[in-house]
Design a protein. Sequence first.
Length: 258
Amino acid sequence: MFRGLYTGWTGMVNEQKRLDVISNNMANADSVGYKDARVSSQAFDRVLAIKIRDGSEAYHNEAIGNMSLGVKVGETYTDYSQGSLRGTGGTYDVALSGSGFFTVNVTNSAGETHTRYTRNGQFHLTKDGLLVDADGNPVQGEGGDIHISTDAKTVTISPQGVITADGTMIDTLKVVDFSDYDYLKKYGNTMYEPVDGATTIDADAQLIQGYTEQSNVNVIKEMVDMITITRAYEANQKVIRSYDSMLDSAVNQVGRLG
């Protein structure tokens, strides 16, 4: 009976985690370059259903019954599929069509600079002519930080990422890809950083000036999933209430019959 309480509880915890991820997806449905996050579920570890040596008998790696201990979160993963492109007309707005990431340098509060990658191409110039992303982080070209004269009348960015100001080539946007996205760790909502084992490869994306890539979140699907999760959460609540009622009856009613 107590195992049923635990199974209901693990179900509620799992659905709460799934709801947190979906809520974050919906909150970032309009975030440029955001990629949809997903959660998988799996059976709770069977090893915790093994009887340990307790003095009553020898240890034989014996399972305690055959009922499942419930469910738990398997993993949280990212859907890297292409988002829709939206025309902005902005000179420094750039969208990636295909696989790949822009490269930016991020400096933390301790003054340490780290290279990170993003699909968010909302760029702009500072008053000093430095090309930065929406958070003010320097966008990287093949030659490092990109500087463009604020007096330039015409700035173009080719599909290969070549930046030209008034007919003079400035630099080429550094766009890279990875052989396996499982070696990318999310940083914030739209940035990623590689972990040990990550291998960079040449990107095959084309750059489109005057556009941004929107998030790939399907709001309708997220809302349907949210309703499903809410109902599953309520079902687990009912299981716990039913067990609570049976335990109450067993203690306060059946126990009095003697």
